[in-house]
Design a protein around this ligand. Structure first.
Ligand SMILES: [Zn+2]
Length: 324
């Protein structure tokens, strides 16, 4: 973690070495920036205090340089300084911001610049909150929130009513859909899948933000909330449609799944039978099967099967749950 003494050192002895350098001519910057962004970032301007909504936004995510898109700050380090400019206590990495002594306007201040493209961001002051004691006072026009690219995970572990409710409670999980995957029949109905003859498993399809929760974490939740050593069965539900399965979307997911299964197998006395299959297609279940638990937690099935699973899970993974 950077402290004021480190900032002073960088000012006197030179900046930390950056991960990448991006250099463009003034004309090239003008082409990709708005006149206001150009004025602030390339000509060292300062926006009016309270001129941006960014000051009051605290949702998770990453802030990047508006010029070169290098990552600069994590929203976790953002705080309400009351100054009227977005404020952070720490850059995302030690070398993402460069520092320069600024004696303009009769003041001695420390200028903060993007270490990749030298765009002017704002100033750093030694009056921020502990533990760093730093306040990165930034122009909102120099920053932009990085767009979250969502990833998809597809798991089967018994009746989807139970599994859907579990994942919907996780931070970073944006959407959970119930459906069918892993079989042959196109556009199967719930009844057809229940027959056990379509080859499909009841699965849930999860859209998640990998900057908030990893595929590995999701796979751990998946394996810890059903019984992966039971073949074609979960609780009283029997049939191949209830089999334990991970439908991987890429090679990274395949490798991570193998690692998680290997770790789990050390703690189980029976072998894990979870199938690993390349994802091909997901068929969304009929509307009546979506959000079964959250739409009516009083249904007897939910009370008997889903509620205990949720309770167990909440105990295991307290820090991964969405705030209530
Ligand atoms: Zn930059």
């Amino acid at each position: 973690m950077l402290k004021w003494i480190d900032i002073v050192k960088y000012c006197n002895n030179g900046k930390p070495s950056p991960d990448q350098r991006i250099e463009k001519t003034e004309m090239e910057w003008k082409e990709i920036l708005s006149p206001e962004q150009f004025q602030i970032t390339r000509l060292k301007g300062t926006e009016r205090a309270n001129s941006s909504e960014m000051c009051s936004l605290f949702q998770p995510g990453i802030y990047q340089c508006v010029c070169c898109k290098s990552e600069l700050f994590d929203a976790q380090e953002k705080f309400d300084s009351g100054s009227g400019w977005p404020s952070f206590t720490q850059p995302i990495k030690v070398n993402s911001v460069a520092y320069k002594k600024d004696v303009s306007y009769g003041m001695t201040r420390v200028e903060a610049l993007c270490n990749s493209c030298d765009s002017h961001l704002g100033h750093v002051f030694p009056d921020g909150p502990e533990p760093s004691g730093l306040r990165y006072c930034m122009n909102a026009l120099s920053l932009e929130k990085k767009e979250n690219i969502l990833e998809t995970a597809t798991f089967g572990g018994g009746c989807f009513w139970c599994t859907e409710a579990i994942f919907e409670n996780l931070k970073g999980v944006q959407k959970v859909l119930s459906g069918y995957s892993g079989g042959e029949l196109s556009n199967p109905t719930y009844r057809e899948v229940c027959s056990g003859r379509t080859g499909h498993a009841e699965v849930i399809q999860i859209s998640f933000d990998p900057s908030q929760i990893s595929f590995e974490d999701l796979a751990i939740v998946h394996l810890s909330t059903h019984n992966p050593s039971l073949l074609n069965q979960q609780g009283a539900d029997k049939g191949t449609q209830y089999r334990s399965i991970i439908l991987y979307h890429n090679d990274v997911q395949l490798e991570k799944s193998k690692e998680v299964i290997f770790e789990f197998s050390k703690h189980l006395d029976k072998p894990i039978v979870t199938e690993l299959k390349k994802f091909e297609v997901f068929y969304e279940a009929e509307a009546a099967h979506q959000n079964y638990f959250s739409s009516d937690p009083e249904k007897p099935y939910c009370q008997n099967v889903i509620a205990p699973k949720l309770a167990r899970f909440k105990d295991i993974l307290k820090d991964k749950l969405k705030p209530i």
